[in-house]
Design a protein around this ligand. Structure first.
Ligand SMILES: [Zn+2]
Length: 67
């Protein structure tokens, strides 16, 4: 699994986002931050037994809380 460059929807910078893994109730949640503006680009759940993570991609709009 290798990081790939993505374009930040917030500031438009292209780069490899910073990953932060947080252990939460349903499983480990990976949040990916833009290296330039530190906004969350995407988050997905790393759950045991589920090889393919459920990916949530953040869009450049204001949304409610993440669950
Ligand atoms: Zn950014």
């Amino acid at each position: 699994m290798s990081d790939k460059e993505v374009k930040c929807p917030w500031c438009g910078a292209v780069g490899v986002p910073t990953s932060l893994i947080t252990q939460k109730e349903p499983g480990d949640v990976v949040q990916r931050y833009c290296g330039a503006c530190k906004q969350i680009i995407a988050s997905y759940l790393l759950s045991a037994g589920n090889f393919f993570p459920k990916i949530r991609v953040f869009e450049n709009k204001y949304v409610g809380g993440d669950e």
